[in-house]
Design a protein around this ligand. Sequence first.
Ligand code: SAM
Length: 208
Amino acid sequence: MTLPDGVQRREIDGETGLATRGKPVYGEPTDDGWRRWDPGRSKLGAMLDSGMDVGLTGGETVLYLGAASGTTVSHVADFAGPTYAVEFAPRPMRDLLSVAEDRPRLFPLLSDAREPTEYAHVVEPVDVIVQDVATRGQARVALENRRFLDDGKLLLAIKARSEDVTRRPENVFEDVLGELREEYEILETRSLEPYHDDHLGVVAVPDS
Ligand code: SAM
């Protein structure tokens, strides 16, 4: 699997792992302008690290749903093109705004990802949607935002426990994937363990 331009495997502090170039955000080790992208703190990092074919080459326009304080989306904005970062909770949004101060291609949006009409006037069609909302209704969020993808990719992390803590994760994953198939073709799925328990990484493309 080739890494996107702007992402490398590098040794930093005696450990080899993914890294991007940019100002550090969450106390990650740095070396010569590079900062480690910790797959234990990032579902997309875990997808890349495990060799999933996410199809990123660098420079893409990205819509990132569930940006939180910016841990993962900061790495994305280090190597991608315009990166729209949707987060609905005001507290992490404050941190995200300061992360964006050093990243001119990162555009934080305080909005609900279930209501894309709130940001449809700002967001252009994108090459990639990255979704990590970890709430009930994860398939619905992906379906609602499909409008921003022409022929791009959806890179989704499904958290089973956010849908139903009482059900077996495999059954939850099957249900979410079934709902996604209404409008997406699933290209690849992979467990994100050992980095993230009961999470499934998904690569999908919109049905034409
Ligand atoms: N992706 C982040 C990272 O790797 O740095 C972590 C995301 S955290 C698991 C999930 C985030 O999604 C939370 O900050 C939560 O507030 C946000 N979220 C959940 N539902 C949302 C929604 N409907 N619209 C926008 N943000 C949402």
